[in-house]
Design a protein around this ligand. Structure first.
Ligand code: 5CA
Ligand code: ZN
Length: 407
């Protein structure tokens, strides 16, 4: 499906500032930071929205984290092939459409379009391949066929399940023990209690047609894809195996990223991603911001209220991407003041020498995307007077290239 328009990204190299260092990023599977420095092109898949409600600040914060990683890679001189999905057919979407009486396709299209508008306003770099689950049905069917050949598929009634024991590396993303997996699986869309399954953790690959629900033809009968296999199929199709980063919020570590990695690994015999990178959860009123609970602060609502998207972006940048944090309206006021201070500082005819600032911001951003540290470095520069006439333009370019904030 259509992606959204890309922001301009200045090249610091072209401005004579050289190239930045390789990023060190925390890999959930390794439990440690890893250097992510591929040759030539970095390949990244980030799990996209389920479009049954509007983009909230939790979504924005997660996509911002991967936007920052792209900026570090680009500053290093790499190209980035970036893929993102839209889960445009799944239980929560169909349930919402049913509850409100809206056509599920129209609901998904409307919310996906709002998401594109929000991402554009926040200057989030778009994926080159933006693909809906509906568009990927053939890819999913082909992948399930490969899993069948590998002996990893069985039926419960007319539904198809993936046998998690077919993957010797199962558990290698989350490292959770079986009891915790069963609890989390039940909380996040799984069905550990279903009778007829070989293992409670086995996950759905193909859901046979249900009355009143959309379905597609397949060699296994009419139905629709399970959630996890959708992402395995799209990532493998666009990126192949062993791509650099599988990303998303930390609520996707298990079961989603564990299952999609296992399915891909059993089908191909190769590791799925090199690193699994997860953003922390944003809360509101003491609880994880979520469409299902309704405790949301929407990007579109803040924009409509007249807040500058660059201030929204700065407010999100004030929190390290891996931390869980709570949104307070005061964050936005503070970010608006910071934005005004920075804008005034880059409008000055001269400022303090920015030579060490460039290196320091690069160091912060390549050290597990430490945006809060980068903000402090810019704050200090903005608060200092100086006579370097080239410094304001340099700082403007650094803030744009590495933090994505247009001053
Ligand atoms: N469509 C699936 C992924 S294939 C999905 O999780 N959709 S979602 O709409 O629920 O979430 C979209 C992205 O936002 C996911 O990466 C998810 O991890 C992230 N996310 C959801 N809620 C929050 C939150 N409160 N804070 C931070 N990130 C969040
Ligand atoms: Zn996904």
């Amino acid at each position: 499906m259509r992606s959204w328009s890309a922001p301009d990204i200045p090249s610091l190299d072209a401005l004579g500032l050289g190239r930045g260092p390789a990023p060190q990023v925390h890999d959930t599977a390794a439990g440690a930071a890893r250097e992510l420095d591929p040759e030539g092109t970095a390949r990244m898949y980030v799990c996209g929205i389920t479009p049954y409600d509007a983009t909230h600040l939790g979504h924005a914060s997660t996509y911002l984290a991967f936007d920052l990683l792209q900026r570090v890679w680009r500053d290093r001189g790499l190209d980035v092939t970036y893929v993102q999905n839209v889960t445009d057919v799944d239980d929560p979407l169909l349930e919402r459409a049913d509850a409100t009486g809206e056509d599920w396709v129209a609901l998904a299209e409307r919310e996906t379009e709002l998401f594109r508008t929000d991402m554009t306003a926040l200057r989030i770099i778009p994926p080159q391949h933006y693909m809906g689950a509906v568009e990927a049905i053939d890819l999913v069917v082909a992948l399930i066929g490969r899993l069948e050949e590998a002996g990893a598929v069985y039926r419960v009634d007319d539904d198809l399940y993936f046998d998690v024991h077919a993957d010797p590396a199962f558990g290698g993303v989350s490292h959770l023990d079986a009891a915790v997996m069963a609890t989390v699986f039940a909380e996040r869309g799984g069905d550990p209690e279903r009778e007829g399954k070989k293992d409670p953790l086995d996950c759905l690959l193909w859901l046979a047609e249900r009355p009143g629900e959309p379905s597609w033809d397949s060699p296994f009968g009419k139905g629709r894809p399970g959630w996890h296999v959708e992402c395995s199929a799209m990532a493998l199709h666009h990126l192949g195996t062993g791509f650099d980063v599988q990303g998303g919020g930390s609520d996707l570590v298990f079961p989603h990223h564990e299952m999609s990695a296992s399915e891909a690994q059993v089908a191909t015999g190769e590791p799925f991603a090199k690193a699994y990178v997860h953003a922390g959860m944003v809360a509101l009123d003491g609880e994880k911001m979520s469409k299902s609970k309704g405790n949301l602060e929407l990007v579109s609502r803040l924009r409509e209220a007249g807040h500058d998207p660059m201030a929204i972006r700065l407010a999100l940048l004030g929190h390290h991407y891996r931390s869980d944090w709570e949104w307070f309206a005061g964050d936005l006021e503070a970010a608006e003041q910071r934005l005004a201070r920075w804008r005034a500082a880059v409008e000055r005819p001269a400022g303090a020498d920015a030579g060490s600032l460039v290196a320091d911001v690069r160091d912060a951003m390549s050290s597990d995307l430490d945006a809060p540290r980068a903000l402090t470095i810019i704050d200090e520069w903005a608060a200092t007077e100086g006579t370097d006439e080239s410094a304001p333009a340099t700082v403007r370019a650094v803030v744009d290239a590495l933090l994505g904030v247009a001053l």
